[in-house]
Design a protein around this ligand. Structure first.
Ligand SMILES: Cc1ncc(COP(=O)(O)O)c(C=O)c1O
Length: 445
């Protein structure tokens, strides 16, 4: 770590180049090096870096009105963005839905946990407060968000600080421990939620939160088709809210506005962050379905929650400008086309004895590395394979997102690819080539 830095780093043992410019799918550092951003930083950069019109819209808004506190005012950009997000959402958000804006994903998760709790107070079920989640999941780094996260490594140091409301099985077909076929496996995973709800914590449960397509922790794991519909049914039958965390998978990353739309399910709350403003401003949101919003409206009328910077006029202006850009360049459609190109470019990697799986939806793609392809046995944790692949692709000037723990929370190595939607065919080929050469270097001979 450079000893002249005053910024508290993520890791004191690491050197961080200074990023000075972004152009499309590329980030340029102070020493002139150009990096191809194959992970969109962390699935954030949807429209690409350096789009001047986003910056211009934000500058214009900040000269007119940079800030107005939401206890006193609403603002036009927040109103406009809320209406547009609700239109993109499933039908139960259309007439009477609302949007609660935050400054990022973790705040959206916190907000959802409190919305779920207060919803039950508003609807005469005061015994309900716990939010059930899944193992191998991530919903944010604040304490409430960590309590529903299942990512063991990120949770471990803070274990004494976080309440436990119950974690159920993920739906992760590649590492299914059973002989069940795909659809039966999906139902069995979903029924794990029912088991918990029929147990001692059932009556106090307020909601179930999940990533429809699990981003960082499982490396873009897509559930079996039977899974999501059954989860929704169980939530309905047991009178708990269904929260779809689309902070990574939403805003077009999988080729639809929200990944849950692949299964035609209507959750009660949808969380977004990351790509909503494509990195141009810190922004997140909770989309609140009409049924939940009306419970507050008809009930006490006030949500006991708030952040100074919620619904920030400049951040929501960035969100509107990003949506304009997505529409003008038909980028949701481009995700579907270019993701096919990227998957085709990556497919030859599967011939390698240590590439176990390539999975995902749209431009949220995971590549998993296994010790033994037949048994799908992972590498020992200490071999640090995902990090070594990241380093080797970085040597090729390609940025990827490494993670460990997909198999059991600790073991299992994968990298996540989540490039900007504007990815070109040439850039796609370059990502695949960097991974090919990383494999040669990490697994010589
Ligand atoms: C699925 C999911 N939920 C929540 C979060 C937390 O978002 P943030 O880092 O913006 O607080 C993340 C971040 O990686 C995420 O991937």
């Amino acid at each position: 770590m450079a000893d002249h830095s005053s910024v508290f780093p993520r890791n004191f043992r690491k050197d961080y180049p200074v990023a000075v410019r972004g152009e499309g799918c590329w980030i340029i550092s102070a020493d002139g090096r150009r990096f191809l951003d194959a992970a969109g930083q962390a699935a954030v950069i949807n429209i690409g870096h350096g789009v001047a019109e986003i910056g211009r819209a934000m500058a214009e808004q900040s000269t007119q009105l940079a800030f107005a506190h939401t206890s006193q005012f609403h603002s036009a950009p927040a109103e406009k963005l809320a209406a547009r997000l609700l239109q993109l959402a499933p039908p139960n958000f259309h007439n009477g839905g609302r949007v609660y804006f935050t400054s990022g994903g973790s705040e959206a998760t916190e907000t959802a946990i409190k919305l779920a709790r207060q919803f039950h107070l508003e609807t005469d079920q005061p015994q309900r407060y716990g939010v059930i989640s899944r193992r191998q999941s991530y919903h944010g780094s604040t304490l409430g968000a960590m309590s529903v996260s299942g990512n063991l490594a990120r949770r471990a140091p803070y274990q004494p600080l976080v309440p436990e409301w119950g974690h159920v099985a993920p739906c992760f077909p590649y590492h299914s421990a059973t002989d069940l076929q795909d659809q039966a496996y999906g139902l069995a995973c979903a029924n794990d939620l029912e088991k918990v709800l029929h147990g001692p914590s059932g009556p106090s449960s307020a909601a179930f939160i999940f990533e429809p397509v699990v981003g960082a922790t499982l490396g873009a794991a897509v559930p079996s088709d039977s899974y999501v519909a059954r989860i929704a049914e169980i939530c309905r039958e047991n009178k708990i809210l269904l929260i779809a965390d689309e902070i990574m998978s939403g805003m077009g990353r999988t080729g639809k506005p929200f990944s849950i739309q692949y299964w035609n399910v209507e959750p009660d709350l949808i969380l977004v962050g990351k790509g909503i403003a494509s990195g141009y401003a810190p922004l997140g949101a909770v989309l609140v379905s009409a049924r939940v919003a009306q419970a507050f409206e008809r009930g006490s009328g006030a949500f006991h929650h708030g952040f100074t910077y919620q619904a920030h006029p400049v951040s929501t202006t960035a969100g509107n400008a990003v949506l304009d850009y997505l529409a003008a360049h038909q980028l949701f459609e481009h995700v579907n086309a270019i993701s096919k190109t990227l998957r085709a470019d990556l497919a030859p990697l599967l011939a390698h004895p240590h590439v176990g799986d390539i999975r995902g939806l749209g431009l949220l793609i995971g590549v998993e590395f296994v010790k033994d392809k037949k048994s799908r046995e992972p590498f020992p944790l200490e071999q640090n394979i995902a990090e070594r692949i990241r380093q080797a692709t970085l040597d090729e000037n390609v940025l990827t997102y490494p993670a460990q723990g997909c198999v059991d929370g600790l073991r299992g190595d994968h990298i996540l690819l989540a490039p900007p939607f504007i990815l070109s065919a040439e850039e796609s080929a370059r990502i695949a080539a960097a991974l090919q050469s990383a494999l040669v270097r990490v697994f010589p001979g």
